[in-house]
Design a protein around this ligand. Structure first.
Ligand code: HEC
Length: 195
């Protein structure tokens, strides 16, 4: 469409509006989700996140600092090279961001038919029961996920300072955060030992 100027002074106001309209085309129909509130699509279950991201990343951090006793005495294992520090940093970030994924609304504990790999202990919640507990008290679940994130941020800080002792200490905080959530949403009867 071409824009043309209306010459008649009687229609000046209309002309200005017409020109303005021409210079600034109307925005398209507002999409369902805006940039501020994107339409997230939680697809993995909490169990999937545990098995695929949270547990492996935590294991990596826990194993990154250790005292290994051998025939020649104790060997202190810790990240030393740039490459090793970069890798523990990546794993800490998986935990930090994985905690955000846990906090997202609409994520189920288990997908239909999904079961835990760990054999159930006495009094353990099934994924469906755990999901019901989550629906009933989302606030607690989010608080526990936040605590895990705080602990993982502690690891990240230690890694950025290349402080192996602080990294070891933050590992203990991570362990505690896992336990707290599991005690409420997995094994309230105390049946399953800590992973
Ligand atoms: C905010 C809550 C929360 C936090 C924090 C959390 N988990 Fe979980 N985790 C769950 C829930 C819920 C389940 C499933 C329980 C159920 O189905 O009864 C689970 C299950 C698991 C499983 C079992 C997977 C399987 O298939 O058997 C492992 C392993 C696990 N978590 C590891 C961890 C580790 C390691 C951490 C800490 C680094 C952690 N979790 C932190 C909520 C949490």
């Amino acid at each position: 469409m071409r824009c043309h100027t209306v010459l008649s002074s009687a229609f000046l106001a209309t002309a200005v509006l017409a020109l303005a309209g021409c210079a600034q085309p109307q925005p398209p129909v507002a999409p369902a989700a805006t940039a501020a509130t994107p339409d997230f699509r939680p697809t993995a279950s909490v169990i999937d996140l545990m098995a695929g991201q949270i547990d492996p990343a935590a294991d990596y951090l826990w194993e990154s600092v250790a005292t290994i006793s051998g025939p020649k005495g104790n060997e202190e294992k810790q990240p030393r090279t740039d490459k090793e520090w970069a890798e523990v940093r990546r794993q800490a970030l998986i935990l930090v961001e994985g905690s955000n994924l846990l906090m997202m609304e609409g994520r189920k504990v288990g997908l239909p038919g999904q079961t835990l790999e760990n054999p159930p202990g006495q009094g353990d919640l099934t994924p469906a029961q755990s999901d019901a507990a989550l629906q009933a008290d989302r606030a607690s679940f989010v608080t526990y996920a936040r605590a895990l994130q705080d602990a993982a941020l502690g690891s990240l800080k230690a890694i950025e300072a290349r402080d192996a002792a602080a990294l070891l200490e933050s590992g203990g905080n991570i362990d505690e955060a896992c336990e707290l959530c599991h005690k409420k949403f997995w094994y309230p009867g105390g049946g399953t030992p800590a992973p």
